[in-house]
Write a protein that binds this ligand. Structure first.
Ligand SMILES: Cc1cc2nc3c(=O)[nH]c(=O)nc-3n(C[C@H](O)[C@H](O)[C@H](O)COP(=O)(O)OP(=O)(O)OC[C@H]3O[C@@H](n4cnc5c(N)ncnc54)[C@H](O)[C@@H]3O)c2cc1C
Length: 285
């Protein structure tokens, strides 16, 4: 099928894009990896597309006072291969390297991925574990939101009409932190059947900080705070990790589809949480 007719604009500046987005029936086009297939299936029929891919001021990765600021149109490949991200926030580079294939990573963008809010997308697990924030902009205002408040439901976010993701903010990682992203891959698409991101810090033989983000299991990605609490204060032994990972799916309404039943997904979540925590603990300094 081909897409329904639409108007196309390719503004050269953020202000121009925001002015166009203030109109009715308008959608942002970034890498097109998710939106174009939806349009070809006529599951999305926007009257106008605003292509933000040519706005130079939206494609950047820079360090700024203890955080990395990543522009919305930064591609997955740019994140994966950036020396700055690899050294300052390795968890995000690792997550990016797991997305789809090289073609998808060359076109797909970090802003597009989180705006699309696919419940099996890779970035959200890491971004939640990183306690990332997003900067959202309209023609009239700018606001900053925790990623945890951005994901509302399956394919649903806190984006308001006319609003654009301008940048993603992640912390510059303390060098003593160990991180890992572990994913059970759906072989046909590359998406996560279940993906778990872990960040841990140890001091004096005890786990002093644990952050765990989970994707693929539920209708939206979430932080497994119960796992974090179960691990913090322990020695981080194999038994401690196993006990903490055991609760990752407690109370979660798990997805079920032809790739994995809800019960199998919950089992995978426990296994991948163990793997992510074990790998992250082995990387603490
Ligand atoms: C074959 C294939 C395999 C894939 N495998 C994986 C995988 O393994 N893991 C994974 O995580 N993803 C995977 N993806 C999805 C991929 O990561 C996409 O890049 C991503 O989901 C969408 O990014 P995009 O830049 O292409 O956005 P687009 O497709 O251009 O847009 C997607 C949605 O986001 C909106 N949008 C885009 N940018 C913004 C913005 N800055 N502000 C507000 N709204 C915006 C658009 O209006 C649209 O609704 C795969 C895609 C394909 C085609």
């Amino acid at each position: 099928m081909i897409a329904q007719n639409f108007e196309y604009s390719a503004p050269g500046s953020l202000n121009e894009a925001l002015a166009l987005l203030a109109g009715d029936d308008v959608k942002v086009l970034a890498g097109g990896m998710s939106l174009i297939p939806l349009m070809k299936l006529r599951l999305a029929t926007p009257g106008q597309l605003v292509d933000i891919g040519r706005i130079a001021g939206l494609n950047y990765i820079r360090e700024d006072k203890g955080v990395l600021r990543i522009g919305a149109t930064t591609t997955h490949y740019d994140v994966e291969s950036s020396a700055l991200v690899r050294s300052r926030c390795p968890l995000l580079a690792e997550a990016a390297s797991y997305i789809g294939d090289i073609q998808v990573r060359n076109r797909g963008t970090i802003g597009g991925s989180i705006a699309h809010a696919d419940p099996a997308a890779d970035y959200p697990a890491s971004l939640l574990a990183l306690e990332a924030r997003v900067v959202l902009a309209t023609a009239k205002k700018q606001r900053e939101l925790a990623l945890a408040d951005f994901f509302v439901d399956t394919f649903t976010t806190a984006l308001e009409p006319g609003e654009l993701i301008q940048e993603v903010i992640v912390p510059v990682e303390d060098q003593s932190t160990g991180t890992s992203y572990q994913k059970m891959i759906q072989p046909a698409s590359g998406f996560a059947i279940v993906g778990v991101a872990a960040r841990v810090r140890k001091s004096g033989g005890k786990v002093t900080m644990a952050r765990v983000g989970v994707t693929g299991l539920a209708g939206k990605p979430y932080r497994a705070v119960n796992v974090e609490k179960a691990l913090e204060g322990t020695a981080g032994s194999a038994t401690d990790v196993q006990k903490a990972a055991a609760v990752v799916a407690d109370g979660v309404d798990a997805n079920s589809d032809l790739h994995a039943s809800a019960g199998y997904r919950k089992h995978l979540a426990r296994i991948y949480t163990m793997r992510a925590l074990t790998a992250a603990l082995s990387r603490t300094v």
